[in-house]
Ligand binder design. Structure first.
Ligand code: FES
Ligand code: FES
Length: 184
């Protein structure tokens, strides 16, 4: 008997379980868009080069066009549809709105998902390629425009809204820092 080329899987997306049958070659991006109608995640290059399809897998950013849906089973998947807290926008969403961090908006869901993870990676002290002092005891470097540009460099914007995107990420990082300090 020929081996089966499809499987019934369950994906945990934005806190909800979705059971679906998929061909083993189906990417997570296609599963989201074509099978589950979660079209907020965008397809740009379909080759891992533009970042439009970025989602969060267990809180870390991943390009969903390079991830097989079957390999995402058991992971916690967050898409742009799941980043807000009910009616309350995520601070990164709010900052993109406040500062016009988009033009056509096609890259924006991926930019926002990336930015959410970037802010967490930075706060956790992860260095980037432009961080001067990478010693663990040095702590997080200042989140300068250069740091943000480097950390967001996997997300392309054909409209060239980069100046506003960098400002939005900086504003959201500051807002989140203030929230943490207030809660401490
Ligand atoms: S569509 Fe996935 S990186 Fe471009
Ligand atoms: S806002 Fe148009 S591609 Fe980024």
């Amino acid at each position: 008997m020929a081996p089966s080329t499809s499987s019934a899987i369950t994906l945990n997306i934005n806190g909800e379980k979705h059971a679906l049958p998929v061909d083993h070659r189906t990417t997570l991006l296609d599963a989201l868009r074509e099978h589950l109608d979660l079209t907020g995640t965008k397809k740009g290059c379909d080759h891992g080069q533009c970042g439009a399809c970025t989602v969060l897998l267990d809180g870390r950013r991943a390009v969903s066009c390079l991830q097989l849906a079957v390999a995402a089973e058991g992971r916690e998947i967050t898409t742009i549809e799941g980043v807000a807290d009910g009616e309350q926008l995520h601070p990164v969403q709010q900052a993109f709105l406040d500062l016009d961090g988009y033009q056509c908006g096609y890259c924006t869901p991926g930019q926002i998902c990336s930015a959410i993870a970037v802010i967490e990676e930075h706060a956790a002290g992860w260095p980037s390629a432009v961080t001067d002092d990478v010693r663990p005891e040095a702590g997080p470097p200042p989140l300068t425009a250069e740091e943000i540009r480097e950390r967001m460099s996997g997300n392309l914007c054909r409209c060239g809204a980069y100046v506003s995107i960098v400002q939005a990420v900086a504003q959201a990082a500051e807002a989140e820092q203030k929230t943490k300090e207030a809660a401490a």
